[in-house]
Design a protein around this ligand. Structure first.
Ligand SMILES: Nc1ncnc2c1ncn2[C@@H]1O[C@H](COP(=O)(O)OP(=O)(O)OP(=O)(O)O)[C@@H](O)[C@H]1O
Length: 261
């Protein structure tokens, strides 16, 4: 059975904007799936629905055989712990008044019972435990320990995105939803972030849903891709089928656009 099952998800805004129409697909444990589509195709809407941030108008989401039932707060809370999201704009995703260490600890403070498996902290006092967890997470995302005390405006775009990733993986999610996390970064930093996501995915056997309009980023990271156009799923294929003749004309036009840009 698939780890995540998305069944006929539709989303309508203001009664007449059909942002998503009957989207269905599955994600296996440890798999990285790419969602490709131009601006307005429904990518962010899908990301928010799968992350549990926004409700779908209709359809179902199942994670490890458990349905996302938005009417039951306990289920929503357990779902949100397992599915974390990182955003395109790392600056607005971080509270400017919080130090890096506070931002990183924020999600874990909502789940005080969790002792993360990446830190051996069970016998520590609360303060020492938090310091050690922050230290371990900073290391995992390739940031120096000293950065724990900095504020977001003292960090580069790539460093902020790494802090966002540290926050997101702090709860050891099974699924990480990444909504264009590299779009506002320069090319070399983009590659570093993609490499970081790849490494974390391998270390933690995490599934990744990576949303982008950048065919090259998806090709680099994802083993399977889904193409959205005007809220509809028009194509789906494995990574090595990207350049096949059988691709939907819309997919071909996105590939062509990536070649010339
Ligand atoms: N809160 C909202 N209220 C009304 N319409 C919305 C809302 N959010 C999104 N939409 C509409 O839904 C459609 C899909 O938007 P969405 O942001 O999901 O696209 P996208 O593929 O992520 O675009 P981009 O790449 O530009 O971020 C668009 O027509 C958009 O205007």
């Amino acid at each position: 059975m698939s780890y995540v099952e998305i069944g006929n998800i539709s989303k309508t805004y203001n009664k007449n904007v059909h942002a998503l129409k009957e989207i269905s697909f599955t994600i296996q444990e440890g798999e990285s799936i790419g969602i490709l589509g131009e601006s307005g195709s429904g990518k962010s809407t899908l990301a928010k629905i799968i992350s549990g941030i926004e409700p779908a108008t209709s359809g179902t989401i199942t994670l490890a055989s458990e349905s996302l039932n938005r009417k039951k707060r306990k289920l929503i809370s357990s779902y949100r712990k397992k599915v974390q999201m990182i955003f395109q704009d790392a600056t607005s995703a971080l509270n400017p008044r919080l130090r890096v260490e506070q931002s990183i600890m924020e999600p874990l403070s909502n789940y005080p019972d969790i002792i993360p498996s990446y830190s051996d902290v069970s016998s520590f006092s609360k303060k020492r435990r938090e310091q050690q967890i922050v230290r371990d997470l900073l290391k995992m995302v390739g940031l120096k320990e000293e950065m724990a005390l900095m504020y977001p405006d003292q960090l580069s775009g790539g460093q902020k995105q790494r802090v966002g990733i540290a926050r997101a993986i702090s709860l050891e999610p099974s699924l990480l939803v990444c909504d264009e996390p590299t779009a506002s970064l320069d090319v070399t930093v983009q590659k570093q972030i993609l490499d970081l996501l790849k490494a974390l995915q391998n270390q933690h056997n995490m599934s990744i849903l990576f949303i982008s309009h950048d065919v090259r980023a998806l090709y680099y990271l994802c083993s399977r891709m889904i193409v959205l156009k005007n809220g509809e799923m028009v194509d789906t294929f494995k990574r090595d089928e990207l350049y096949d003749e059988a691709r939907h004309p819309y997919t071909k036009s996105l590939i062509q656009a990536a070649r010339v840009s």
